[in-house]
Design a protein around this ligand. Sequence first.
Ligand code: HXC
Length: 521
Amino acid sequence: MPDNALEFFQAALAEMEERRKAVQLGGGLERQKKQREQGKQTARERIEVLLDEGSFVETSVFVEHLDTNLMAGVEAPGEGVVTGFGTVNGRKICVFSQDFTVLGGSLGKMNAAKIAKVMDLAVKVGCPIVGLNDSAGARIQEGVDSLSGYGEIFYRNAIYSGVVPQISAILGPCAGGAVYSPALTDFIVMARGSSYMFITGPEVIKSVTREDVSFEALGGADVHSSKSGVCHLEGENDRDVLEKIKLLLGFLPSNAKETAPLRTSRDTKNRKTPQILEIVHPDQRKPYPMLEVIHTIVDDAEFLEIQPDFAKNMICGFAHLGGQSVGIVANNPRFMAGVLNIDASDKAARFIRTCDCYNVPIVTLVDVTGFLPGVAQEHQGIIRHGAKMLYAYAEASVPKITLITRKSYGGAYLAMNSRDMGADVVLAYPNAAVAVMGAEGAANIIYRREIQKSENQAATRAEKIAEYKAAFDNPYVAASRGYIDDVIHPEDTRIHLIAHLEMLHGKREERPFKKHDNIPL
Ligand code: HXC
């Protein structure tokens, strides 16, 4: 060992520590203070909240920008993004967290390289990738190199879609093309009041269309949760967003080759659900809270609703049944009578496909009269959008269980995962009605002449409606053809669903060879 070895190591160690400290400080204390004053956490604080304590291991620590063009001599400690891996509830994940204190978290070539590298790592080891977005978009100083950086990320978002779960938190601005990386991932979770997403901001909009709109009203969390359907979950603040992401991860496998995780629960598998008799209204025209039906059935009454404020006529979300993670798709008779419209179809189709690519069985609760009639819906393409639901159910090869809670008519009967669309099992309550349409509409069409000719039209109409009801307003015609496997007592709902889920565990269903599918978009 040379005489000065110790001295050399001490100097090298000191330099390493100094460089690391500079990276960890990011844009400095002043900018961090500003970040906190805006109700936001710093990039590293967010990682600490997301990951199990002490589990974070940073990657690409000393990466720097290329010092070219307008970036020559510019300080950007950490390159504006923190990347690495760790665990959430003991399960591996990869993470990147954009650092707004460094050039507004803007994305340049090497910043993108850090993100791409950790995305590649996630796919190599088969674990989810969570992106914590807080960035002013393309780094203007780097010109086309920053666009190239976005390209590298978008490409990976698309190629890795369905390989490992990808979740995006939006915790600050997300403008321009930057919104498209989150939009290509499986889930977007936004912080209320401190995050926004748009393609062009208020100023550009004003100069082009003369519309006056604030950042919040244009692309805040509430707008994307209720109007555009871009956002899947909303959090009150950074911490709440990160907690919701942890919850979400608990329902998903680490990659598409794994089965959805099982969870232990004290909620017994043979628990009766007599409350359903009080919840499901016997009168076909009366609304009732389908969410309460769901809470009654699932383990510990815990249901994570996805897009709860968008297309409220359709409920989508995750729960556990007998410990098995499941995706639940349900009509909501409380909103627009649970009818299928464009937004509801898009919402359900996307959710069904998400469940299918990550091996989460799907339980469908049906109470629907049909697709929404109307010129606007037709002209906006209800045919194209409704087709997505049909497609998504048929395509899904995970276990699929359907329960008709009250009525299931016409095209909506098929769109809500009927036997012929690939349901593994279809159950119905004794009051369920399965028909081409409601008895009144049906009688008016097929007995129109008889009714018109009759001296007492009202009495004849009532008689014909009763005839149609007797013939089809029950589950037994469908059951006699095998379209319904069993008519069950509502108090045994949980028991039946869990028994079928357990039977279907490990289900494999092959499809004919194809390059990839061509879902109507
Ligand atoms: C480099 C940027 C930057 C950018 C902001 N900064 N935007 N640096 N590239 N795009 C720097 C600022 O100079 C400042 O540096 C720091 O980040 C914080 O910015 P502020 O403006 O002080 O913050 P704030 O007031 O909170 O406003 C945030 C903001 C605003 C609303 C996001 O910064 C903004 O409008 N930025 C431009 C957004 C934009 O047009 N991006 C390009 C979109 S186009 P200092 O040193 O003072 O702290 C795009 C194309 C992608 O993204 C295409 C992909 C296909």
